[in-house]
Design a protein around this ligand. Sequence first.
Ligand SMILES: C[S@@+](CC[C@H](N)C(=O)[O-])C[C@H]1O[C@@H](n2cnc3c(N)ncnc32)[C@H](O)[C@@H]1O
Length: 287
Amino acid sequence: MDYIHKLKGLLPRSLHSHLGAVRRWLRTLPARTRRQKQRLLADPALEAKERSLLKLVETRISAGDGMYTGDGAHYYKVGLSAIRSIEEAIDAAQLGSVERILDLPCGHGRVLRFLVRRFPQAEMTASDLDRKGVDFCARVFGAEAVYSESNLDQFSAGEQFDLIWCGSLVTHLNDTGIRAVLGAFARHLQPDGLLIFTAHGERVIQRLQDEEFEYGISAENVAPIIAAYRKEGFGFADYPGASAYGISLTSPEWIRRAAAEIGLGEVYFRARGWDDHQDVYGFILTR
Ligand SMILES: C[S@@+](CC[C@H](N)C(=O)[O-])C[C@H]1O[C@@H](n2cnc3c(N)ncnc32)[C@H](O)[C@@H]1O
């Protein structure tokens, strides 16, 4: 889509945001995202089981999905990787039947599109602060829509779940926010339910240190959050202009301590388990 860049140079600044919308619309054209799936299906690196699941997966991607950068293969692989982690955690927890699943934050269904196919018998609830994402998940994947709260102490989905998947929210919250989200999940787990969430660990620190990716935080915040992580197992910096929303770094020990205070015990951990990037944790209620 090089012509969009060229066009940008010719147009006044006031029209640049419209160009962004056009670019997002063009890259999510159904024929394009369908082709991207077809190409990934031909990848010999996929396991047979993954190929069978991917075949079933919906290819409509919302133009508002911030997790879709135009690289369809990566987008679908992230979903497959989440399912791999979820299956491993289910095995580790010896979880029985999965009848009710909560995906929070669902975004625009990057993982939910896989969950609905992997657990076709389950009732799916999709929740996020981004109401357009929740509405998309309800419309396209048939999930029950629940709009979330910025203060997760106030969150209620009105029911409890066998399985909760939380992909990349702890990664954006400060200490108070992480405790609130873990508390919300503990309140929403069935007594023998399983919570699976992802967090930023050593892989992310490595990427920050190598300047491979800056994660949207100001350069001057990188060294202090890594130092705090090394000292206390926890570091956090707000995104520029944001309050209590940014990038967190969490050690497994810090997460285990915070979860234990809420009555959650670890049953599963895989460093960089999600997309060779974020750490994946599985927790169950201990009281
Ligand atoms: C990095 S995205 C991940 C989205 C999705 N899990 C995925 O993998 O595509 C983080 C999401 O967290 C959502 N979010 C932030 N604060 C939230 C809250 N308090 N409750 C629910 N969702 C929240 C954002 O709206 C955003 O969709």
